[in-house]
Design a protein around this ligand. Sequence first.
Ligand code: S3P
Ligand code: PEP
Length: 448
Amino acid sequence: MSSTAALMPLAARGARPLTGCVRVPGDKSISHRALILGALAVGRTTVTGLLEGEDVLATGKAMSLLGATVVRTGPGAWSVDGVGVGGFAPPPETLDFGNSGTGCRLVMGAVAGCPVTAVFDGDASLRRRPMRRILDPLVRMGATVVQAAEGDRLPVWLAGARDPLPIVYATPVPSAQVKSAVLLAGLAAPGETVVIESEATRDHTEKMLAHFGATLSVVPDGPHGRRITLSGQPELAGAAVVVPADPSSAAFPLVAALLVPGSDVILENVMTNPLRTGLITTLREMGASIEAVDGREDGGEAMADLRVRFSDLVGVEVPPERAPAMIDEYPVLAVAAAFARGTTVMRGLKELRVKESDRLAATADLLRVNGVPVEISGDDMIVEGVGGRGRPPGGGTVATHMDHRIAMSALVMGLASEKPVAVDDAAFIATSFPGFVETMRGLGADIG
Ligand SMILES: O=C(O)C1=C[C@@H](OP(=O)(O)O)[C@@H](O)[C@H](O)C1
Ligand SMILES: C=C(OP(=O)(O)O)C(=O)O
């Protein structure tokens, strides 16, 4: 996706209740990791339900350029023949991660443990995002930043180490991407690599490493944290990975169903890993009717079908320690808060400033142009809901700033506000949720 491509404007307007049963695409975090661990394993990995969005496809291409054999065998079905830990080959061209922070940062970790040099690049949004948080620990492990743009930003030339050093690393920011990059580099290190996080972040890398045969321990550290110890140089064996539906994508039809009167929707097979369900916890506190049925587990990950019905919501205070479990869901939570009765306070949102856009500013602007009072105070966002006094006015055009989640959140708002809501550019939705518009229309939404 290029920032110079033609814009794709779109608008959503209020219509009949949303009803029906849908399965949103596969989880983005798990999809990236399945391709990367498949490439670092010996033998064949088969993946079903892979998210075929632009972000994940960029990671698949990077794995091919680094020497793995990545083949699409059917819709959402992929096979990866890996090269083994430390076995990447020098890539013949730049690894272009487009809009994807996860792909870029995790592959930096994997490359850091191999004696190859790779060039990492991305689109205008990714070129603005911080990479020092990844490069700092990787350099401590023996990788070399040969060249980088100002402030250690993309494009970055990274030379990996033949025998990276196992380190003990306390992550300075709550980031699953930083944790995962260190663990992926640590795979090639002789000895134990330890990551300590003061707030637990999504643990898909840890779960999938165990699924592929690595030895690691995860123990609590402090009131909200964890200490992860990985034994280096395992022989990872190709595995079967079944990717559940992405809770971060499910968030959009879920919130839409809560806001459009009369709605009753079932979202199938949604991943319910507790480190991803902060939005569901919060919405339930706000009075949402979200029922999880038929809970089950595969590859260490929990999933369930979610039945969601229109609900009257009330404002709540969301504590900062919940942020890692719902970090990508704040824009759509802010939309839900706009329809709630009373004030919603979301605390500790600093990390939102370094996503595909400055999501704190972009979310506040989304609400403001649609007539909803909102304030940013330090790292907190305060939304004055209009519930009980009607619906948010809508009628605005939202600047999406190359950010898929801002685009989808704005369109969800338009489904329930008084007047339609437009977005300047819906093209980036394809990075994480291909088929979003069709899925929403299938439930009865008026988006076009
Ligand atoms: O590890 C992952 O798959 C992700 C981690 C989060 O980023 P941070 O690690 O920067 O918090 C999240 O925002 C992103 O969408 C996916
Ligand atoms: C932040 C996100 O992704 P990434 O960091 O992979 O670009 C996201 O999908 O909301």
